[in-house]
Design a protein around this ligand. Structure first.
Ligand code: ADP
Ligand code: MG
Ligand code: MG
Ligand code: MG
Ligand code: MG
Length: 439
């Protein structure tokens, strides 16, 4: 099937893709005549050169392409249409042919398997935001490509042509785009694609980031998923909408509940709240992530949920149909590894279902404006304030550590501690401005 499709579309090269622990997409390109062999035997590569794979004794690993992920990369085609490049997302296997437990895609598959054992299919829909900046002398700048604002239209929204390009490209690879708009900040955009089963959504997020960057690049612009590139204005988040289906029906939906949320939905929500501090290490994995999670820019800071306002960590959006009953987690940002993020979120929710956890009451006030005493009265805790706090929270959460497995948990924590230590010792411009002449 895939072979035929590749031949019909004049595919000359196939990129075999997988993701390292930090969420960076890796490629091994093969010429088309190797594709059949890749399906039969897989493609061997040296795992010791991949971030997060290094601690494995056996460095020989095998990529096993997932045929359902075949897609032609429109931005890699040549004008004559005869030298196309396609991609296949792969699973990573060990020398014995076992799933490699350090492969983020496998970690998500493990949790999806657990959900299935409990009778659930997991669905997720992300809302990734990003900035588009001008380039100068081949380097990315911090100059926004346009000066539009939330939902602005052309002519202010100069980037709407680019956004159309991006969307057309995504549609070519099979994305169903639900909405796209200019975001609050200059140069900032959001493109929402349709929710899918968990593994597909994680694949889609990885593909989305590559596609957006590639199309921007073709226009001599730089797209970034860095969560907070500019101080003092909104950062880029990636809200994730979540639901479980059982026997084809939305298990979060209950028409008789005031929020239309079922017991399963409440349990899941409570599980995510319970594990929120540790989850943050995965959904907000870089030093810069915590520059977004500050008051005043619609990013969550407090561990609470709401059926109304958008200041809470979890929002229960009003659903128009039973199918669209879902909860929205608002902390994740687009720098996260989508496989690990969905794995820990789902496992936290399943933990809530298994333990039948009940969430606290929803908070209807603007949580940013609550006094400390009120927050205490409502039992509202705060999210980790920086990467170090998040890593410490992760270290204390057995459920989330188990989701990742020893190998990945250890490797992730080590990489993030190093990142934090480097940052901690760095003297910033803010400090120079503030202190140099004062002391
Ligand atoms: P917001 O109001 O937060 O901006 P949007 O309407 O932009 O939310 O995005 C809604 C997202 O929720 C979309 O990605 C959509 O595909 C997704 N979604 C809809 N129904 C479900 C569901 N049952 N499970 C998971 N995600 C869903
Ligand atoms: Mg939105
Ligand atoms: Mg948005
Ligand atoms: Mg949206
Ligand atoms: Mg949203």
């Amino acid at each position: 099937m895939v072979l035929e499709e590749a031949r019909e579309n004049a595919v000359k090269f196939v990129r075999l893709q997988f993701t390292d622990i930090l969420g960076i997409v890796k490629n091994v390109a093969i010429p088309i005549n190797q594709l059949e062999k890749a399906f039969e035997e897989g493609i061997w590569f040296d795992g010791s050169s991949i971030e997060g794979f290094v601690r494995i004794q056996e460095s020989d690993m095998r990529l096993e392409p997932d045929p359902s992920t075949f897609a032609i990369l429109p931005w890699r085609g040549t004008d004559d249409g005869f030298n196309n490049t396609a991609r296949l997302i792969c699973d990573v296997k060990t020398t014995d042919g076992e799933p490699f437990q350090g492969d983020p895609r496998q970690i998500l598959k493990n949790v999806l398997g657990r959900a299935r054992e409990m009778g659930f299919d997991f669905f997720a829909g992300p809302e990734p935001e990003f900035f588009i900046f001008d380039k100068k002398d081949g380097e990315a700048t911090l100059n926004p490509h346009d000066s539009g604002g939330y939902f602005d239209q052309a002519p202010k929204d100069l980037a709407s042509n680019l956004r159309r390009d991006i969307i057309l490209t995504l549609e070519e690879i099979g994305f169903e785009i639900e909405a796209s708009h200019h975001e609050v900040a200059e140069g900032q955009h959001e493109i929402d694609f349709k929710y899918e089963e968990g593994l597909t959504t994680a694949d889609n997020i990885a593909t989305f980031r590559s596609a957006v960057r590639a199309v921007a690049e073709l226009n001599n612009l730089h797209a970034t998923f860095m969560p907070k590139p500019i101080s003092g204005i909104n950062g880029s988040g990636m809200h994730i909408h979540l639901s479980l289906f059982k026997n084809g029906e939305n298990a979060f939906h209950d028409p008789n509940d005031e929020n239309n949320l079922s017991k399963t939905g409440y349990n899941f929500l409570a599980g995510v709240l319970e594990h929120a501090p540790a989850i943050t290490a995965i959904t907000n994995p870089i030093v810069n992530s915590y520059k977004r999670l500050v008051p005043g820019y619609e990013a969550p800071i407090y561990i609470a949920w709401s059926n109304l306002n958008r200041s809470a960590l979890i929002r229960k959006p009003a659903a128009r149909t039973p199918e669209s009953t879902r909860i929205e987690l608002r902390s994740p940002d687009p720098s996260c590894n989508p496989y690990l993020a969905l794995a820990v979120i789902l496992n936290a929710g399943l933990d809530g279902i298994e333990k039948e956890l009940t969430p606290p009451k929803p908070v209807s006030e603007n949580i940013y404006e609550l006094t400390k005493n009120k927050r205490k009265e409502y039992g509202i805790e705060t999210l980790p304030g920086n990467l170090n706090e998040a890593i410490n929270a992760l270290k204390q959460d057995k459920t989330i550590l188990n989701t990742l497995g020893n190998e990945v948990a250890e490797k992730f924590i080590m990489a993030k501690k190093t990142e934090w230590d480097q940052y901690k010792g760095y003297v910033t411009q803010w400090e120079i401005n503030r202190y140099l002449e004062k002391f």
